[in-house]
Design a protein around this ligand. Structure first.
Ligand code: ATP
Length: 328
């Protein structure tokens, strides 16, 4: 390991996700292991531009591996999108002697890091933290596994009340551009239908399918709807449409919202965060820059930022087929 870097900064940016604290801990402790200084940066790029830094050591990250959210706080920054903002960020980092940056966030945060690197040749490395799992270059982003477990637990509870009252429930879950959460929790919680942005099944097919379920003896049903589903109606309009066309059902809507982003990270996310944190710091120390760390075939690998931010990760076709078969 070349160890030319002396001080690494770590920040969380964009939407928070469970596992971010475990990743901060891993970055700080890997720096301590390699005997280089580590600075926490508050509120993402806003904190970089303000020089809002705090020196962290191995002990300062005790007791956070199991905590949701991020102890460094997160933010979205308009000013960092401007050349002046990034110039200021560069000045604050160099003033503090910080010579490498680990950015924990989503594709927007990585785009910002990439632009910053191209302008100032500043070493940057990314750790994907978002519950949506929409990033190319990793099979799992931090927080995704925790969110799946949170949502499955919520749907199990909704099913209890749905089956007690012969109700049909539409449960809206996060996923504006990709349906990973919806598809996985739909299969995991035994939903009757799963509506995702990648597929437009159409309203007729939805009604046919629900009628088939009803005729086969089902007295209650759960339909999981991703926020960004392409059927052309929001979840409340879907409810109205189904009520008009299936008067035998009482339909209810449950929008799970931000509770999906909270909570103590699962063991999987804690382990993933620890592995990613080590890889991010050690890659910087090896002189690498402009990459995102990710999990592929259970190996932690790095993907250039420009590939990671290009497009969205693809839905698992085999799982789609499994879901079709399970809802027969
Ligand atoms: P999430 O997945 O939760 O949306 P994200 O990292 O994609 O997380 P964004 O709000 O898209 O969240 O990006 C976070 C921050 O990154 C922005 O507020 C902005 O400061 C910075 N950023 C994004 N795109 C650019 C860009 N093209 N140039 C400079 N900075 C950018």
């Amino acid at each position: 390991m070349s160890k030319t870097l002396k001080k690494i900064g770590v920040m969380t940016s964009g939407g928070d996700s469970p596992g971010m604290n475990a990743a901060i801990r891993a970055v700080v402790r890997t720096c301590a292991y390699h005997e280089i200084e580590c600075y926490g940066i508050y509120r993402g790029y806003e904190g970089v531009m303000e020089g809002d830094f705090v020196k962290m050591d191995a002990r300062s990250v005790k007791g956070i591996i199991n905590k949701g959210g991020t102890v460094l706080k997160s933010a979205r920054s308009k000013a960092f999108r401007t050349k002046e903002g990034r110039q200021l960020a560069y000045e604050k980092l160099t003033e503090a002697g910080i010579d490498g940056l680990v950015v924990i966030g989503g594709d927007g945060s990585f785009t910002g890091a990439m632009v910053f690197n191209s302008e100032f040749d500043f070493p940057v490395m990314g750790i994907p933290g978002t519950i949506d799992n929409d990033i190319v270059g990793t099979t799992h982003t931090l927080g995704y596994d925790t969110a799946l477990n949170t949502v499955v637990e919520a749907i199990d509870k909704i099913r209890d009340t749905a089956s007690s009252h012969n109700r049909l429930f539409f449960v809206e879950v996060m996923g504006r551009d990709v349906g990973h959460i919806a598809l996985n929790v739909g299969v995991g919680a035994g939903a009757e239908e799963i509506l995702i942005p990648e597929e437009d099944l159409g309203l007729d097919r939805l009604i046919d399918s629900l009628k088939r379920s009803k005729a086969s003896g089902k007295s209650s049903s759960i339909v999981v709807v991703a926020e960004g589903d392409k059927i052309g109606k929001n979840v409340f309009e879907l409810k109205d449409y189904v009520e008009e066309n299936m008067t035998e059902y009482e339909v209810r809507v449950s929008v799970l919202g931000h509770m999906q982003r909270g909570g103590s990270p699962s063991c999987f996310d804690r382990v993933l965060a620890s592995r990613m944190g080590v890889k991010a710091v050690e890659s910087l120390l090896e002189g690498k820059s402009n990459y995102m760390v990710g999990l592929k075939d259970d190996i932690i690998q790095i993907t250039p930022f420009d590939q990671a931010v290009k497009g969205k990760s693809k839905i698992n076709k085999e799982l789609l087929r499994v879901s079709d078969i399970m809802t027969v």
